[in-house]
Ligand binder design. Structure first.
Ligand code: AMP
Ligand code: GLY
Length: 444
């Protein structure tokens, strides 16, 4: 096998491949498209919006992605979503001497098993809520009846951000156990559940780059997980976001690095020998306890966030090729990230409640209709960014919906209020039947 540095055609005219097809992946591709070092940009498998800035490649399995990258002699591959990472895409690319950014299959365990990650963090002294892990629904029910506080019931495996059921009381917790473990609404991901104490505080999504040795804090974003205004409704993959996050002071960033990210990445390596490289995402609840703010970890993800990347990458002033190169070559300590201080706000439009042939669709994150024409994009102020999640082209080439989250508008303002006003104004120019947005994104 060639050494990675040797294999990489690092230079000024690179061929870059982004893996993914959602809004985050569109944002990653857009960021690479700004790099003077990128000559040709491919995305596997992309969507209608992505096809306007990159060549979309119909490679869906890891095998097809490896074959494509080898044939086209791709210089650099960057992975957006967790599933190819957990399926071992990084290991496969490395075996072929192809440069790729992301953690290996073994390192992906931090996300693909919530219980593994939580047990490890508890052992390492990283703040986590009290929790227990169950593979037997009766024992899980006994537990939620006995604890005396509200809980969150979480599918152990991957569930596209929807596998955590936040419960107000014992009856809801029992129902959550039934849905996940017995009805298996997320399939085998609910074979094992992790049940943890419900925390009350301020959520913050925190990201870091790491080459396995150096850790570089990125910035944070506020994500909105619940489907409805005032944080009501079901958990979704995310309905909107903004950055900077008002609670992320320099001091808070240092506290999170010292208490969460550093001990986790180092402790994981010392315990398992696994070197984690790429982006690490800590989903945190900042909880005030005894006049101190404690960053409790709700979850670890092995990738960047969707829709957090939509507001974070536009703030990054560095070239993403330079950062990627430093991660792969383990020179991250040489990178000085520069972040633009302006606010970015991302407002997501989803496929909402609509009438179908056989009755009503409740809308994302439940059943929704696809194939609905989208209009008005050409009227959006070019100062805003529009990233697509679930879009495609219909038979006559018109833009149509293909998913629950459809697209987003990312605005920019010197204040959060300004960014919010612009995003809602511009989203008002886009239309599709059943379109729904939360009305309180960025409303502090
Ligand atoms: P997770 O899948 O673990 O990221 O959880 C998804 C969402 O559920 C989080 O963003 C929180 O809004 C909520 N959540 C998860 N765990 C807890 C907890 N222990 N207390 C309160 N809310 C939680
Ligand atoms: N916004 C949540 C996630 O990317 O997992």
């Amino acid at each position: 096998m060639k050494g990675l540095e040797e294999a990489v055609g690092w230079g000024e005219s690179m061929k870059v491949l982004v893996i993914g097809s959602g809004g985050r992946d569109h944002t990653i591709a857009w960021k690479f498209s700004l790099s003077p070092r990128v000559k040709k940009l491919y995305v596997a498998h992309g969507n209608a919006g992505i096809s306007q800035i990159a060549e979309c490649v119909n490679a869906r399995s890891v095998d097809e992605m490896v074959a494509f990258a080898a044939t086209k002699r791709i210089d650099l591959t960057f992975v957006g979503p967790e599933s190819p990472l957990s399926a071992g895409i990084v290991d496969r690319f490395q075996k072929e001497g192809l440069a790729i950014v992301g953690p290996t299959r073994a390192a992906s365990r931090l996300e693909s098993s919530k219980s593994y990650a939580k047990l490890l963090m508890r052992e390492l002294g990283v703040p986590v809520a009290e929790f227990e892990v169950f593979d037997d629904p009766d024992r899980a029910r006994d537990y939620v009846r006995s604890v005396g506080y509200p809980v969150v019931v979480k599918a152990d495996g991957l569930a596209a951000g929807k596998g955590s059921l936040v419960c107000d009381d014992v009856a809801q917790a029992e129902d959550a156990i039934h849905q996940l473990m017995e009805r298996r609404i997320f399939g085998d991901s609910g074979k094992v559940v992790e049940i943890e104490k419900r925390l009350y505080g301020r959520e913050l999504s925190f990201f870091s780059f790491t080459d396995g040795h150096s850790l570089l804090p990125m910035v944070a974003a506020q994500d909105y997980k619940r489907a409805r205004d005032n944080d009501e409704g079901k958990n979704t993959g995310g309905m909107g976001s903004y950055s900077p996050h008002p609670w992320l002071t320099e001091e808070m960033s240092q506290t999170i690095m010292d208490r969460v990210v550093q001990p986790l990445v180092v402790g994981f390596r010392e315990k398992t020998g696994i070197v984690y490289k790429g982006i690490i995402y800590a989903g945190l609840m900042l909880v005030e306890e005894n006049n101190e703010i404690i960053p409790y970890v709700l979850e670890i993800n092995i990738r960047s966030g969707d829709p957090e990347d939509q507001v974070i990458l536009p703030r990054l002033e560095n070239d993403l090729v330079d950062v990627s190169e430093a991660i792969i070559q383990e020179r991250l300590h040489e990178v000085k990230p520069q972040w633009n201080p302006d606010y970015r706000l991302c407002l997501i439009a989803v496929s909402g409640r609509t009438k179908g042939k056989k009755g009503w669709y409740k809308g994302y994150p439940e059943r929704y209709k696809i194939g609905v024409p989208i209009t008005g994009l050409e009227n959006v102020d070019p100062e805003c960014l529009v990233f697509h999640s679930g879009t495609g082209f219909g038979e006559s080439g018109q833009l149509i919906t293909t998913g629950g989250r459809v697209l987003c508008v990312v605005s920019r303002g010197t204040t959060l209020a300004e960014a919010r006003e612009i995003a809602y104004r511009e989203m008002g120019k886009i239309h599709f039947n059943g379109m729904y947005c939360r009305s309180d994104i960025g409303k502090e």
